[in-house]
Ligand binder design. Sequence first.
Ligand code: FES
Ligand code: FES
Length: 180
Amino acid sequence: MEIVLTINGAEKRVDARPSESLLDLLRRLGYQSVKFGCGEGACGSCTVIMDSRPVNSCLVLAVTADGREILTVDGLGTRQQPHPLQTAFVEAGAVQCGFCTPGMILSSWALLQRNPDPGEGEIREALDGNLCRCTGYVQIVEAVKLAAGRMRPKKKTARKKKTTGKKKPASGKKGQKSSS
Ligand code: FES
Ligand code: FES
């Protein structure tokens, strides 16, 4: 059956097999960052964002994703222009074998969209469905905090107006635009 997906901002018309999972379809299309771990919704390595929400793509039938927007980690940033989460994961040492990393980053991204300043408990809860065999999670939590701090809009500090010493033109005189 032909379905239409928007993947990382690009519309794709693809033939989905009747019992094919979204995970298998994405990998068949070349999105190898979407990992096959358990195939039964237990590890989160196949996480993608579907219409702004993280899903285990191994549990989604491809045909039911018709018309949806899909974001994989490739759509977040590139090697040349990485997303702050990607940079933070590297800097915090949250990437070891890397198998869980795309799913971790996408679940973290979804968290930061709805909560730009999460506490440790909220980060751990949001990543509850993403398993990592390597890091022990401490560095992953640190990476999410680091990225959150960099992504939050900076608070504006009140700045004093510079005085130039020049007088303002008097009202209604030269230098003022006519309103007619
Ligand atoms: S492969 Fe989908 S949750 Fe493990
Ligand atoms: S870095 Fe290896 S499974 Fe997470």
